[in-house]
Unconditional design. Structure first.
Length: 225
């Protein structure tokens, strides 16, 4: 068997599949297997990234073509649009969602002592609390998955604080470790659990007594008015 034939015989069975997965043309089970495969195959990860770039370029070209046929907005509409954009920018500036920048590196305070390889623990008194731009609210990173854009964190809210409405880019899970949290008209207490579906909007979350929350959430949630 010559070198070229041997190389083809060992080719990855997932090669050339990236465009189908980027366009969402595969079944759920196959897509899940492909995502798992990407963790172990650098060649397929590169192919997938290239397919994403190509799809983005096509989408951009189509958007530009569509925009060329649209009538320009009236002065009134333009003014309202610019006002809305400015308001969103101001809202984003007030809240520094530091978890959006977290990476997969181990968090401050992580310890491997007494654990098997690949495991770490963060003691209750260890780790770094980070401010988010709202007085009285801090977060502590426990874990971050850059590929899935998902983080696990503790959120500490002082009495009388509140977090603004936001839309979930993925499923969010929230467990109240201590204290009380009011979500819209619902009061959650220590031991209560809440799940928010992808695309759902969380009403203002506030606490009169203060609380500690354990949350797994997307890094791409958006603040909403």
């Amino acid at each position: 068997m010559n070198g070229a034939t041997e190389q083809r015989s060992h080719a990855c069975p997932w090669r050339d599949c990236a465009p189908l997965h980027v366009l969402g043309l595969t079944g759920t089970d196959e897509s899940a297997r492909y995502v798992e495969h990407l963790e172990h195959c650098g060649a397929c990860r590169a192919e997938y990234a290239s397919a994403q770039d190509e799809a983005a370029q096509v989408d951009l070209a189509r958007a530009r073509e569509d925009a060329a046929h649209l009538a320009p907005p009236s002065a009134a509409v333009r003014e309202r649009l610019l006002g809305a954009v400015a308001a969103d920018a101001a809202s984003e500036a007030r809240v520094d969602r530091t978890w959006r920048r977290w990476t997969a590196s181990e968090p401050d305070g992580a310890s491997h002592e007494g654990l098997s390889p690949g495991l770490y623990a963060v003691a209750a008194g260890a780790g770094l609390w980070e401010r988010i731009g709202i007085d009285g609210i801090e977060v502590k990173r426990l874990a971050a998955d850059e590929r899935r854009r998902v983080v696990t964190m503790l959120i500490r809210m002082a009495p009388g604080t509140a977090y603004p409405r936001h839309r979930h880019a993925a499923v969010e899970e929230c467990f109240v470790v201590s204290g009380e949290l009011k979500v819209g008209q619902r009061q959650l207490s220590a031991g209560d659990y809440q799940l928010s579906a992808e695309g759902s909007v969380h009403d203002v979350q506030s606490t009169a007594t203060g609380c500690l929350l354990l949350i797994t959430s997307s890094q791409d949630d958006e603040l909403v008015d």
